[in-house]
Design a protein. Structure first.
Length: 312
């Protein structure tokens, strides 16, 4: 994070703020490794708030220089013109991913919109804010394909896929996640959008102990699998993804589809293709969804993999 790199980042953010989007977006994706010296930084626009995340610990003088640059940015014409008023710096390399409010009043919840849908974020409280911005095209695909269908949303987190599915006319969505607090936020997200909660179920269970209940609520016309790469004590990508794929035939309707996702930079598309072919050969690969352009990576296999499969 050299002075030249920070100067480039300042110019990039100044231009981005001058054309600030109307909805939540990533403005800078250093983790795509397109800008040497800035690989550890991401910057998200939360509609009035700028969230800067550091994924690797810098030297003390580098951190101080970054903060000076960001505060200088808040005094720019571009900052004033876009209506920005809050600046947060999240140190993701710390055990608690501590977030500091460099400018603005600390708030507990932050409302944003994406594709016209409303979500409530938690900046500064947890490692993740409550909405994975690189999955925008995945949520859009679900919304476009959910009409009249029964949907199973595994590893539902704050139920963003569920919100998209109900907005797209889904008959019913079953959300499963062992984090009950995240599901409670998902319920709030549905309420923010005026959805009928009779069409949504929330199961706060560990997946591998709940197959019977999940199966009884099916069959499903669409199953969404978007797991963490690793969740201590409950899920490891390399070990457990196959267990889910193996059960898909008993969960899916005759015309069922699957949106299977992996967001581990070290795991490419071949992993999902091979695992699906071995564990659920009834399912055929259809397409890989494109990632939003702001998440461009020098290696397409390192970014998010969101892949659609369907029964043959």
């Amino acid at each position: 994070m050299t002075p030249d790199a920070l100067h480039f980042l300042q110019q990039h953010l100044t231009r981005a703020l001058a054309a600030a989007p109307d909805e939540v977006r990533r403005l800078f994706h250093g983790r795509g490794r397109r800008w040497p010296g800035l690989e550890q930084i991401t910057v998200d626009w939360l509609q009035g708030s700028l969230l800067v995340a550091l994924f690797r610990e810098p030297l003390p003088e580098q951190l101080a220089a970054l903060e000076r640059m960001l505060l200088e940015l808040t005094r720019s014409d571009a900052w004033a013109a876009c209506g920005a008023h809050t600046l947060l710096l999240q140190q993701r390399y710390l055990p608690d991913s501590a977030t500091r409010w460099l400018l603005g009043t600390e708030v507990e919840h932050w409302p944003v919109s994406e594709d016209g849908l409303r979500f409530r974020l938690d900046p500064g409280r947890n490692q993740n804010i409550g909405l994975f911005l690189d999955m925008r095209h995945g949520r859009r695909w679900v919304r476009e394909h959910a009409g009249g269908r029964r949907v199973l949303n595994l590893f539902a987190y704050t139920c963003a896929f569920s919100v998209a599915a109900i907005a797209g006319g889904a008959e019913h969505v079953v959300n499963l996640d062992m984090a009950r607090a995240a599901l409670a936020r998902g319920r709030e997200n549905h309420r923010l959008n005026g959805h009928d909660l009779e069409k949504v179920s929330f199961l706060g269970h560990e997946l591998f102990r709940s197959w019977g209940k999940v199966r009884r609520l099916g069959p499903y016309d669409l199953v969404i699998i978007d797991p963490p790469s690793f969740q201590k004590g409950s899920f490891a990508l390399s070990r457990d993804y196959r267990k889910i794929l193996r059960r898909l035939p008993e969960l899916l309707s005759e015309q069922g589809q699957v949106l299977a996702c992996v967001n581990d930079p070290a795991t490419g598309t071949a992993f999902l293709l091979e695992c699906m072919a071995e564990e659920a050969p009834e399912l055929q690969f259809c397409q890989r969804l494109e990632n939003p352009p702001e998440f461009e990576d020098i290696d397409a296999e390192a970014g998010l993999k969101a892949m659609v499969f369907a029964r043959r």
